[in-house]
Design a protein around this ligand. Structure first.
Ligand SMILES: [Mg+2]
Length: 438
């Protein structure tokens, strides 16, 4: 009987602030980082991989939080974990002492999410399937058994979820073929970082359209005149038929957001992302009412399924971002996807960060095949940074994500990247800034 041997953890940081990649109104100089976890088994070569994404300082805290979970995992039978991913997640989330640090939010919840995701990666590897297919091949009963419905039943009961999944089940095979043939739509944020010059933004926007992207996203929220100019220049660069979304990264108070967005109303924005505090559900609802029909969204910082439930119940958003590494792993994201499907809210997964494109594509694809059945009115974010550090990097073709075929969750990093970018003692962090490669 195989056992989980240990959680090996690493503080991996990429010096992206040196190029202002990833810069926005609230995060001017991020160093994209991963608190990276390897769930090692006693079988040589068999491990599960997961990560929590941070933007630099604090990645050591995130890693320490994952380390506290080692005692919960080391020594477990492998089969006990991968045959009951719902029970495994519930035990980690429900630890009576660790729970005080949330509950179900923040550093500890992200740590738990990274470990749960590593367990799903391991399960998919053992099954020999990419994670999207591993999820899509589950029966409705198996899928529902992975979800914690506590605090959800006023919006979604297990029976309703089962009914939704059974309705989608007979046509899963058709959608699997469709996904393999067509891929899943992507949109790109690469042109839109706030630290880029107008010329660089326009050049990257034109390149994005030439590559087949139908939506681009710009960061906004520092200066309203700059935002109006950048939206105008972006529209000139991409033409009338490509959608433009903007992302304020929580910059505004509610009245500021309403005033600011009136200046941007002529650009027919596809959506406005994170206009205010991610915790302010009623604030999002107020902004949405005031600037209608401009679509409002949030979600990359939404702590858990309970907050998503309230966003939907309050009519606070037109669409949401899910994030593979923010909430309590695959299980909680499946709950969120089911809630979004029930409320008819479109999902545009967040993927600006290291490894997030690799991870979240699996959730969106599983949603298309097994849950919502939809992909053509939504898109996964794509940011063209740091994919070379992963053993199974995303493949983008003609503005779409190509469905991964390698077993697992695509979260494994090259070990030499882990060693090279390890903070603070990896060679990249010991070299002078002007000679280090970002
Ligand atoms: Mg965002």
């Amino acid at each position: 009987m195989s056992k989980i041997a240990a959680l090996d953890t690493y503080d991996v940081r990429f010096p992206t602030s040196r190029q202002l990649d990833g810069s926005d109104a609230m995060n001017p100089d991020p160093d994209y980082s991963a608190a990276y976890v390897v769930m090692r088994t006693d079988q040589p070569g068999l491990a599960g991989y997961g990560l929590a994404f941070t933007i630099g300082r604090g990645n050591d805290v995130q890693k320490a939080a994952i380390d506290t979970l080692n005692d919960h995992v080391a020594g477990l039978d492998l089969d006990e974990v991968i045959d009951d991913l719902g029970g495994f997640a519930k035990r980690l989330v429900g630890d009576s002492q660790l729970r005080w640090l949330g509950p179900e939010k923040g550093v500890m919840h992200m740590a738990i999410g990274a470990v749960i995701n590593a367990a799903w990666d391991l399960a998919a590897r053992v099954a020999g399937k990419p994670l999207w297919r591993f999820i899509a091949d589950m029966s409705p009963e198996q899928l529902v058994a992975t979800i914690d419905f506590r605090y959800l039943t006023d919006a979604l009961t297990p029976d309703e979820a089962l009914t939704m999944l059974h309705t989608a089940a007979p046509t899963k095979l058709r959608r699997t073929s469709q996904l393999l043939a067509e891929g899943y739509p992507a949109y790109t944020t690469s042109p839109g970082w706030l630290g880029y010059s107008d010329e660089k933004m326009q050049r990257l926007a034109r390149e994005a359209v030439a590559e087949g992207f139908r939506t681009i996203k710009l960061k906004v929220g520092m200066n309203v005149e700059d935002d109006v100019r950048r939206c105008r220049l972006a529209r000139a660069a991409v033409g009338p038929s490509v959608a433009i979304a903007v992302d304020a990264n929580q910059r505004w108070d509610v009245p500021d957001a309403i005033r600011w967005l009136r200046h941007l109303k002529d650009f027919q924005l596809a959506w406005v992302e994170e206009p205010t505090s991610p915790d302010d559900i009623l604030g999002h609802a107020a902004i949405r009412r005031a600037v209608a029909p401009v679509p409002i969204s949030t979600g990359e910082h939404t702590h858990n399924r309970v907050m998503f439930k309230q966003l939907f119940q309050a009519g606070a958003v037109d669409l949401v971002q899910i994030d593979a590494a923010r909430v309590g792993g695959v299980n909680e994201n499946l709950a969120i996807l089911l809630l979004a499907a029930k409320y008819g809210v479109r999902v545009f997964p967040h993927a600006g960060g290291v490894g997030l494109c690799e991870l979240v594509q699996h959730l969106a694809m599983a949603d298309f095949v097994a849950i919502s059945g939809k992909k053509d009115d939504r898109a996964i974010e794509f940011v063209d940074h740091l994919h070379e550090h992963f053993t199974d990097p995303v493949v983008i073709s003609g503005g779409t994500y190509v469905a991964p075929s390698a077993p697992g969750f695509s979260a494994q990093m090259h070990q030499d990247s882990v060693e090279r970018y390890r903070y603070p003692d990896g060679p990249v962090w010991r070299e002078p800034a002007d000679t280090a490669k970002a």
